[in-house]
Design a protein around this ligand. Structure first.
Ligand SMILES: NC(=O)C1=CN([C@@H]2O[C@H](COP(=O)(O)OP(=O)(O)OC[C@H]3O[C@@H](n4cnc5c(N)ncnc54)[C@H](OP(=O)(O)O)[C@@H]3O)[C@@H](O)[C@H]2O)C=CC1
Ligand SMILES: O=C1CO[C@H](CO)[C@@H](O)[C@@H]1O
Length: 367
């Protein structure tokens, strides 16, 4: 077994993915600052944009050189050049957008939806079924899978360099900027932030059997919410365990104290250990995520380095996966169908914390 292989830290993409005309819905932070710069760098072809406020869509179109601005989604769906729809709207509005695309998007072959796909497992399942019935490939933007350190760790696991996974941990000490729309959600941090870590654990270790969780409110967040700081433990059928501390408070770093902010992760296996950091907390400053690993055969730390950052570079990966799937007529790994298990895990984690009980994934999947 090669001990220092070239790890796959980003998804290989075919030339010619610009055959797919993309239409974007929404023009807020994630679209204008992350999706569009990443697509430009990847050479994807964004043809049009629509948003709630046409003026805002025009502004972003001018800023990011998008040729067509549509007054609304329906007008965009009439354009036969637009075959892929990229959604970046608040989660409570996403199901209505998907429904409209399914009902009126006769030219549409693929949708890249945002995470969370919906605000409940049941609603997400309805979206997946609707797209399947319409013959539209649905992918979900679980882009932490395309962070360079997270993806390279998956390659280490695939190559068995770490042996069998024993324990995975994520230690998040970082302050998200909650958008105004999150004030209306039943969940603040579980569906919007912890979903990334829950999906990453599924990516690395497969589907867990059950989850234990505890949550408390975030002292900094002034609007009413139930889940702020999330602590959870997942049990996998293989015996592997995973746990994350999603500490969105991170001490009074914005209230005058010194700051200690960062995200680190660690995967321990029977034959190796990987540790990493996610550079995102310093966004917009570019801080590449890192990965170090060691194995029983090497007895030293191996520290490959690459220059990609989660935001915005990982957005090449999620759209790239969808365009590759459409080109080759296959399911993307981030398919809506796969995402139902992430949604079920998010719902299980929220219920476990709310009800102070252990929740089996099957309980949600069988509802
Ligand atoms: N995958 C990831 O890593 C990340 C994902 N996200 C997700 O992206 C989504 C958007 O977040 P963010 O960009 O930060 O939020 P913003 O508030 O910055 O942007 C939301 C956008 O949605 C538009 N919008 C709202 N309702 C509709 C509607 N009914 N039809 C069309 N457009 C609508 C708004 O339009 P207008 O401006 O015209 O009023 C606005 O442009 C969320 O679901 C969030 O969870 C966010 C960050 C990271
Ligand atoms: O996915 C996400 C990661 O970070 C953002 C905040 O900074 C969140 O709002 C978000 O939805």
């Amino acid at each position: 077994m090669e001990l220092q292989p070239e790890l796959e830290y980003e998804i290989p993409l075919d030339d010619g993915l610009d055959q797919w005309g993309i239409g974007v819905v929404g023009s807020g932070f994630i679209i204008s600052d992350c999706h569009l710069p990443a697509y430009r760098d990847a050479g994807f072809r964004v043809l049009g944009i629509s948003s709630l406020r046409e003026a805002r869509a025009r502004e972003v179109a001018a800023q990011r050189t998008i040729p067509r601005v549509f007054a609304n989604l329906r007008a965009m769906l009439d354009d036969s050049d637009i075959r892929v729809i990229d959604i970046g709207v608040p989660p409570q509005h996403q199901p209505d957008i998907i429904r409209e695309i399914v009902e009126h998007g006769r030219h549409v072959r693929g949708i890249l939806a945002q995470k969370p796909l919906a605000m409940s497992y049941a609603a997400a399942r309805e979206m997946v079924q609707m797209c399947a019935d319409a013959g539209i490939t649905l992918a979900v933007n679980q882009n932490m899978r395309h962070d360079q350190s997270v993806r390279a760790c998956q390659d280490l696991l695939d190559r068995k360099l770490l042996g069998d996974p024993v324990l995975g941990t994520i230690n998040m000490r970082a302050i998200p900027h909650w958008m105004p729309w999150s004030e209306q959600l039943d969940s603040l941090s579980t569906y919007v932030m912890s979903i990334h870590h829950l999906d990453t654990f599924r990516y690395w270790f497969g589907d867990p059997t059950r989850v234990m969780a505890s949550t408390r409110t975030d002292p900094r967040t002034q609007f009413s919410h139930t889940d702020g700081i999330n602590l959870y433990i997942l049990e996998f059928p293989s015996g592997c365990r995973a746990s994350s501390w999603d500490d969105v408070w991170t001490g009074p770093a914005r209230e005058g104290s010194a700051a200690d902010i960062g995200i680190s992760w660690r995967v321990e296996g029977t034959k190796g250990l990987a540790r990493g950091t996610i550079g995102w907390p310093s966004y917009p400053e570019r801080t590449p995520s890192t990965l170090d690993y060691t194995t029983t055969a090497a007895e030293e730390w191996i520290c490959p380095r690459w220059d990609k950052v989660w935001f915005p570079d990982a957005f090449r990966g999620t759209m790239g996966e969808l365009l590759m799937a459409l080109t080759h007529d296959i399911e993307p790994s981030i398919s809506g169908q796969d995402n139902l298990k992430t949604m079920a895990l998010v719902e299980a984690t929220f219920a476990a914390a709310r009800d102070h009980r252990v929740v089996e994934l099957a309980e949600i999947l069988e509802t």
